[in-house]
Ligand binder design. Sequence first.
Ligand SMILES: [Mg+2]
Length: 246
Amino acid sequence: MGAVRLVLFDLDDTLFDHRRCYRGGIAALRRRWPELRRQAWAAAVDEYDRSLALLHPLVLQGTLSSADSRRARLRGLFQAGGLEPDEETLREANSVYAGRYRALRGCVPGSVPLLRSLRRQGVRIGVVTNHQVAPQRKKLHELGLEGLVDQVTISEEVGAVKPDPRIFEAALQAASIDASAAVMVGDSWENDILGAQRVGIRPVWFRRGSEGLPDRSVQTLRSFRPLARARSVILNPPRRRPGRPP
Ligand SMILES: [Mg+2]
């Protein structure tokens, strides 16, 4: 196994701390409309996660706008609190949510030092993300990541969404680097881990949630801190356990 020359990162909830933003948005709504607290915090976040997972693919397909997707999620939060929000309430909710979301926008802790450190070592950095071009470019710019990333592969541009092998192949091609010298770091088991494996890229699962590990041979990171550990997992393939056939 040769040295790692390319590390690909997912963007949302791997480099960009999306979870912190939307949780903050939900908390702000619950402060503004205390009735929403009839639903337990954990249940509200779970419900929001589920609804995001359900609606986001429609946004990617272009059959639902981001704005309508957000309205549907906000409406769901109100309905779970026993409220039927009118247009005016939904508009205000959108602005309360978006304001807090924007205020909290930032990178996942430890990700920027990690990117810097990998690049100093001559490793090429790529982003591979499922979404439209405009919001993802804007996000990279606002997060200050543009200067830390050598290449960006966005599903809308490629015409294929993770876990489709074509998006990973496009990223490898942009780098002119073989899959065997690449690593993919991402939080989605299906999109990032299984997708990367299908094209022969070694995956590292960024496991921030509480889900179990479906395959123990896959390396995981719960955090990008401490830096030395994150670097070591990303740059070194797993050691085979003694006693196991190669
Ligand atoms: Mg993600």
